[in-house]
Design a protein around this ligand. Structure first.
Ligand code: URA
Length: 228
């Protein structure tokens, strides 16, 4: 009965503008409602989402409840990319809404950012069953979509959360312990951006001692943002 009610609420949030409902800060609600996203950006994002929705023979999609496309401000100059949705994200159709997402929100707020000021997506748009890591095949299949997604958003700063995002977008033979905390200039289609790799919040929950390294990375993002 309760579950049914919350499922209905989720449907309702999707129908209206969920971002507006989840954010109870009046001033932010006002801002969010007034994003003036250029028409071609809206069109391209919509087209990209439709292309992902029309994927055929995808087992991930077959097992998932919802596509998890993105959250945040499409006009932002900061884009964050995680691995793949988990159970909560699958249910709500939004990235990083579970426990890792709560930590991500705290990390963002430590450098005066929030979901209205950044744009968030994942390498994979559908939840892998049992929250397993996406396979190489799956990553290969979804890579053109996230690459196009980056090109459309055209961020000045691209934050890769964890090794799946790093290995998919930067290179396979690299390890996060060596690559994190460095700026890398990289081109995705027509988008030239500064990439920084940092630990995934789910990893930080398992290894809290690494939060000090993550804080170094966050400060680098804060300083770079000031230069934009
Ligand atoms: N972990 C991710 O990588 N992405 C999400 O959206 C949620 C958890």
């Amino acid at each position: 009965m309760f579950k049914n009610k919350s499922l209905k609420l989720i449907e309702y949030y999707k129908f209206i503008n969920h971002n507006l409902i989840y954010n109870n800060k009046a001033i932010n609600r006002y801002k969010k409602d007034n994003f003036e996203i250029p028409q071609d950006k809206v069109k391209n994002l919509d087209l990209l989402k439709k292309r992902i929705l029309s994927l055929k023979n995808c087992d991930l999609k077959k097992h998932a409840q919802n596509i998890v496309f993105s959250d945040g401000n499409p006009n932002s100059r900061i884009m964050l990319i995680g691995e793949a949705p988990g159970a909560n994200e699958d249910q709500e159709g939004l990235p990083f809404v579970g426990r890792a997402g709560q930590l991500l929100d705290k990390m963002l707020s430590a450098i005066e950012l929030d979901r209205n000021k950044v744009y968030i997506s994942n390498i994979i748009n559908y939840r892998p069953p049992d929250n397993r890591r996406p396979s190489e095949e799956e990553i290969k299949r979804y890579l053109p979509f996230i690459t196009k997604h980056i090109e459309i958003i055209n961020p000045k700063i691209l934050v890769l959360l964890g090794s799946t995002a790093m290995n998919a977008l930067i290179g396979k033979d690299i390890v996060i312990s060596k690559m994190r905390g460095k700026w890398i200039d990289k081109k995705f289609g027509n988008c030239m951006t500064s990439v920084i790799i940092t630990f995934h919040p789910a990893f930080l929950m398992r290894q809290p001692a690494q939060k000090k390294m993550s804080w170094i990375d966050l400060k680098m993002i804060r300083d770079k943002k000031k230069q934009l």
